[in-house]
Ligand binder design. Sequence first.
Ligand code: EPU
Length: 336
Amino acid sequence: MTLNIQSQVLLATRNTLRLPTRAEYLVDVDSDAEILEALRYARQRRWPVTVLGGGSNTVFAQDLVGLVICIRTRGIELIDERVIAAAGESWDHLVRHTIEAGLSGLENLTLIPGLVGAAPIQNIGAYGVELAGVVEAVHAIDIATEETLVLSNLDCQFGYRDSIFKRALHQRVIITQVCLRLNHSFVPQLDYLDLQRWRALQSPENVTAKQVSAVVADIRRKKLPDPAIVGNVGSFFKNPQIDADAWRQLQQDFPGLTGREQVDGSWKLSAAWLIDSLGLKGFKVGDAAVSDQHALVLINKGKATSQDVLALARQVQQQVMSRFNLQLEIEPVIIP
Ligand code: EPU
């Protein structure tokens, strides 16, 4: 096996924000054996390692020193209601594949950009469903020891757009496989407002996972800028979570503020509404801008640098802080 290590690689086509960052060295790997070989190669040379999937939830703060390992492993295995998917598979391809096979559970997560291995890192979620609800286990390689780790759902410490992979295991493991438990029987999850509106027009007994998937795809296409057309990483900030008293106070001060009550009684506010109400849609720093289409999305208008994007994010955070006294937390992974 020989790795094809390239040097001074421009990453513009390997991150959906299209940041023109450079990797000192880069290798595409398509098996676990190649991952291990790449790790050894880097260790022998004392190169730091950065792992990259689809680059759809990653923001590079600057050029990357050392070796970027791009995960290109493939394979989806279906065993009854269990799914074992390689980290390098496209997430949306996996969703479609499981629906075609008569399994439900992933339909609300249709059209989320990126690869399977990245999905547990931020616990992807949309339209009332989070990955955490279907994960059985995540397999990973420890970068320092090369050991294989198998993390259970609990071990992953999933939270809202959060997991152990963003915290204690950040940059310390490479996810190789994700094991999910889906359902042959279909239990539609249509609580999200846009889906409720659609459900009202259907006869419930006829609703299928395939239909829900098509509706979700339609909503996403209308609401969110397509990263294939304009550079972006989806939501740039998390929706802030506050307690019920703070929610009541804010609602009094800012009528129109939108939010959703959580099972623990707290409230998740719409960060998009906060940003939008400040009139920040279209606001620019260099070539980075707040999307006109959805206020939670920062876009690259063509020539944005990492500095533009991060400066824009800071300005949005500052304005939200001074108006609402709320700290917006950045959602994608920032590679320092
Ligand atoms: N809104 C505005 N202005 C806008 C857009 C939205 O005021 O420009 C308000 C509206 O009141 C709207 C509310 O914000 O009803 C919520 O908007 P939306 O339904 O688009 O959801 P979101 O809370 O902004 C979250 C996720 C998205 C996910 C959608 C649907 C986060 C950080 N984002 O967005 O996830 O697709 O819900 O479930 O939780 C992502 O993580 O990259 C992502 C796109």
